[in-house]
Design a protein around this ligand. Structure first.
Ligand code: ATP
Ligand code: MG
Length: 782
């Protein structure tokens, strides 16, 4: 995938289809949307999706997008959040011009409508307790029972409503309810709550009110008051749409906005509920709302993520009607893609190991001119990198006793210093207590030109690899915050408690790092690529003794990919089992290969470790585990697919049977996708998003370079509808429409299940996952 694809023209989606039709039919002449945050927390990446959508539509259709604070709940709202939300929307790159509104400004108007509803006999004051109201409402299978107060006269209701408003009653004594339909299949329509009593301070209206409107009442009225045409919200509100329309009709508003639902953003390894994020802040699990590990816009900003990459991400994921979990790799991709073109390269040594270059006399400093960007980025700029007798390299780039597959510095070995000459390790002094290397003495052989971008970063003949380094005397001290995912589970919301899913190692704050001097005057917020390490930003807070502090935005690539590169040599000795399918394999019997695998494993503790992990932790059967651990490349590919959320046994099957069969001798690195994408595909088949035949079609397209599985599924409309929240309303609808069948089924005619499944399938246009439909029907029919 390329950057242009990620940030290119916005794709058509079902909301645009609706708007196009409305403009064409003359229903509307102008598009007005709104973004309606409740000021009870900071905005997060999920809100970014809604912001990009609403402001994006308004911009594209030449309309307006209102920023409206949905502040009808006095207990949780605060002006701190109002300010933060405005700051974050601006930062993201959107502007509401003079269209800034507060639902609390409409309290008078809401109330006038309420009096009229009562006078017209469309609402009543109920004096049941919350508990009693719940009981009277009935269930999905039984109708509601009228409240004894439902028949109060309009005059009595009006009197009670006015006294509610004037504070004569305590919290909970009465509520205002619409007169709906107690038999409606949609529970929201069974006499909806419109107002409740709350003696509380509101951050804007203070003590003026002690009754507050419910969301379902305030929201449609706010939209109508502002002349919103398309009121876009997330799928959880699908059932509320009927009520939304009821309120507008009952209040006889002039404007009739249309509510449209889309799938909210759910992102792997992330929680997106403000309540849960607030808890992390209050319990000090993180360093405030803008902690760089938080999925808030403020956190992402401090992390060093650019608004452009968040917008590109929102374009990339698109807008759909079915809920799904978005692979966090998509966000990572957008962030890297943007920073690659933006962040100048510098060298930083995070865990320094002192190296004395005997061939350079003390006091001598040589400077190399190094490009700020590689040729493929095509941006100008250079910086000067000084080399002196004493340098630092990263401790990870040296092994006293090198493991197989390690291609950097070791005793007697030669590596290239990026942009400079080569060094050979002649002597190691070690800490006698810990055995850790303290200092290396190396010879230095000049000969620049290699190891820079011009040579593709290659080391040169006889040289192990290229490493980064800094001059000891000319470099600057700095601290580096290495951030990792905040949660260990891909769906941290699934468990009982998100706190239990917190990654205990989500922050590694490293002091005593050294960075090249070219960053000296960089302003706060500058972003760099630390070569070979990742993207970093200069933090707004400086560290101990005024040291520079850098936050890692993101590593260059998944660490497993690095293992793959290092394994290239070992893997080169043997062919991966690339043609597992029987008909493709015309070669001599396998025996020799099994032997080669065995031999390789003897030489490589890494491969042995893989085999152990695959048979142990991942519980693969022996044959699959052996095949997958015959090659570090293949093993890494497989592990990436597991890391992307695929069940290990399923991923193993797809890698060995579907993928390897279709490779036709191509190497894994030559594929237009990686293990992560395959893992995503496997997961989508496993969770029923896609049938397995559909999965194979998608794989064929992926092999042809068609891009991310989700995009292919969307483009080819291969998605099965599996989400409960989407199927459930259809199931309810079918149950309500076929009372006879339901009664007979319950009486033991279970064969009728097939008929009901068929009806739901029909209602879904054939898109529902039949297994999910059956499950839901069974559960509901008891
Ligand atoms: P929470 O449940 O965490 O409190 P919310 O949806 O109640 O979130 P609001 O402040 O009401 O938060 O959200 C403002 C707008 O942002 C709403 O229109 C909502 O639909 C949208 N939104 C919230 N979360 C997401 C998400 N994860 N993906 C897309 N849109 C979202
Ligand atoms: Mg909300």
């Amino acid at each position: 995938m390329t950057g242009t694809e990620a940030s290119g023209a916005r794709a058509q989606n079902f909301i645009r289809d609706i708007i196009d039709a409305d403009l064409q039919s003359g229903k509307h002449t102008r598009v007005v949307t709104r973004f309606p945050p409740e000021p009870n927390g900071y905005l997060h990446i999920g809100h970014a999706k809604a912001i990009c959508l609403n402001f994006g539509l308004a911009a594209d259709y030449g309309g307006a997008c209102h920023l409206r604070f949905d502040d009808t709940n006095p207990e949780t709202e605060d002006v701190e959040y109002v300010d933060a939300i405005q700051r974050d929307i601006r930062w993201l790159g959107f502007d509401w011009a003079d269209k800034l509104f507060f639902a609390s400004d409409y309290f008078d108007e809401f109330y006038e409508h309420a009096e009229r509803l009562v006078q017209r006999g469309r609402a009543y004051v109920d004096s049941l307790s919350d508990e009693q109201i719940r009981e009277h409402r009935g269930s999905l299978t039984s109708p509601g029972v009228p409240s004894p107060y439902r028949s109060r006269s309009p005059d009595e209701n009006l009197d009670l409503l006015r006294r509610m408003r004037h504070g004569e009653f305590p919290d909970g004594a009465h509520v205002l309810r619409g007169i709906g339909n107690l038999e409606a299949a949609n529970m929201k329509m069974r006499d909806p709550l419109l107002y409740r009593i709350r003696h509380a301070d509101h951050y804007r209206t203070g003590r003026k009110w002690c009754i507050y409107p419910m969301y379902d009442y305030a929201h449609p009225l706010s939209d109508a008051i502002e002349g919103v045409t398309h009121s876009i919200c997330t799928l959880e509100f699908e059932n509320n749409r009927e009520l939304y329309d009821w309120v507008l009709a009952a209040c006889e508003t002039a404007a009739r906005p249309q509510q449209i639902e889309f799938a909210r953003l759910n992102l792997g390894y992330t929680v997106m509920s403000k309540r849960k994020l607030l808890r992390l802040v209050e319990d000090r699990r993180v360093d405030g709302w803008d902690d760089p590990r938080m999925p808030t816009l403020a956190g992402l900003r401090r992390r060093g993520v650019t608004p452009e990459s968040i917008r590109a991400f929102c374009d990339l994921i698109g807008v759909a009607r079915a809920n799904s979990l978005v692979d966090v790799g998509k966000l990572d991709f957008s962030v890297r893609d943007d920073l690659n073109r933006r962040a100048p390269r510098v060298m930083c040594v995070v865990r320094p190991l002192r190296v004395v270059l005997d061939d350079i006399p003390p006091g001598q400093v040589e400077e190399f001119e190094a490009p700020s960007f590689p040729p493929d980025v095509g941006k100008p700029g250079t910086r000067r990198v000084p080399l002196s007798r004493v340098i630092y390299i990263d401790r990870d780039d040296f092994q006293a006793d090198p493991q197989p597959g390690f291609h950097r510095l070791a005793p007697g070995r030669e590596v290239r210093l990026r942009y400079a000459g080569t060094i050979r390790c002649r002597e190691v002094s070690t800490d006698s207590r810990t055995g850790e290397p303290l200092e290396l003495r190396c010879s230095y052989r000049p000969g620049a030109g290699d190891g820079g971008e011009a040579s593709g970063g290659r080391a040169g003949k006889g040289v192990q690899g290229v490493i980064h380094w800094v001059s000891a005397e000319k470099s600057l001290a700095c601290e580096v915050n290495l951030y990792d995912r905040l949660f260990t589970a891909e769906r941290p919301d699934d468990g009982a408690d998100v706190v239990a899913q917190l990654n205990q190692h989500s922050l590694d704050a490293v002091t005593g790092c050294r960075v090249e001097p070219s960053v000296l005057d960089a302003p706060i917020g500058s972003r760099f690529q630390f070569e070979r390490l990742g993207y970093f930003t200069l933090d707004s807070r400086s560290g101990a003794a005024g040291a520079l502090v850098f936050n890692r935005v993101i590593a260059l690539r998944d660490s497993s990919a690095r293992g793959r590169v290092e394994s290239a040599q070992v893997a080169g000795e043997v062919e991966a089992p690339r043609q597992k399918s029987a008909k493709a394999d015309t070669r001599p019997p396998r025996k020799s290969r099994a032997e080669v695998r065995e031999r390789l494993r003897e030489r490589s503790p890494e491969l042995t470790a893989k085999l152990e992990r695959f048979t142990g932790e991942l519980a693969l059967d022996r044959e699959q585990a052996e095949l997958l651990s015959s090659d570090l490349d293949l093993a890494a590919f497989f592990e990436e697919s597991v890391a992307a959320g695929a069940r290990p046994a399923a991923a193993a099957n797809w890698v060995l049977n579907e993928l390897v069969g279709q490779l036709g001798g191509r190497a894994l690195d030559a594929l237009p996708f990686g293990g992560r994408q395959l893992g995503t595909l496997v997961r989508l088949v496993e969770d029923g998003t896609l049938s397995s035949a559909g999965g194979k079609e998608v794989l064929t397209e992926m092999l042809a370079g068609a891009g991310e599985p989700e995009m292919i599924i969307e483009r080819r409309s291969l998605r099965q509808m599996s989400d409960t929240s989407t199927i459930e309303p259809l199931v309810d609808q079918v149950i309500a429409a076929h009372p006879d069948h339901v009664t007979r089924y319950r009486a033991g005619k279970t064969g009728l299940l097939g008929f009901l499944v068929g009806q739901v399938m029909k209602a879904s246009g054939g898109a529902a996952n039949p297994e999910r439909v059956q499950e839901l029907l069974r559960a509901k029919l008891g």
